[in-house]
Write a protein that binds this ligand. Structure first.
Ligand code: ZN
Ligand code: ZN
Length: 120
């Protein structure tokens, strides 16, 4: 989708960077293979479909000049998913979480969220 390219790619890169630093810091055995990348993209796509990111998506249209209504302020996907409340006990396995699910709003660890593709 070209309209959202700038902001979407910006978010995607930011999230990818954040995940890489989490993997390094926690020494998670997670090689960034083609398969892992596909998983990551599919999980991220699922996240972006969350209601709370509607403002972010419509901002892309606004910025591109396709709509004139400025969307209400919103939290960027990266800030939401890795911001306050993302570091807690995983809702699934209670190990230290690193990502807050934009749909159920619960914290999840790397394995449960990104590796096992959390759905709720
Ligand atoms: Zn977990
Ligand atoms: Zn969830």
């Amino acid at each position: 989708m070209i309209l959202n390219d700038i902001s979407f790619n910006h978010q995607l890169k930011g999230i990818q960077k954040r995940l890489k630093s989490i993997i390094l810091a926690k020494k998670i055995d997670y090689r960034v293979s083609q398969r892992a990348l596909l998983k990551f993209v599919s999980q991220l796509h699922w996240c972006m479909g969350a209601d709370r990111f509607k403002g972010f998506v419509s901002y892309g249209f606004y910025k591109g000049g396709f709509t004139t209504t400025k969307p209400a302020p919103f939290e960027s996907p990266k800030d939401y998913m890795f911001g306050s409340g993302s570091m807690a006990a995983c809702d699934n396995c209670s190990s230290l979480s690193c990502t807050k699910c934009p749909r159920c709003e619960k914290p999840h660890c790397f394995d449960c969220f990104w590796n096992k593709l959390h759905r709720c």
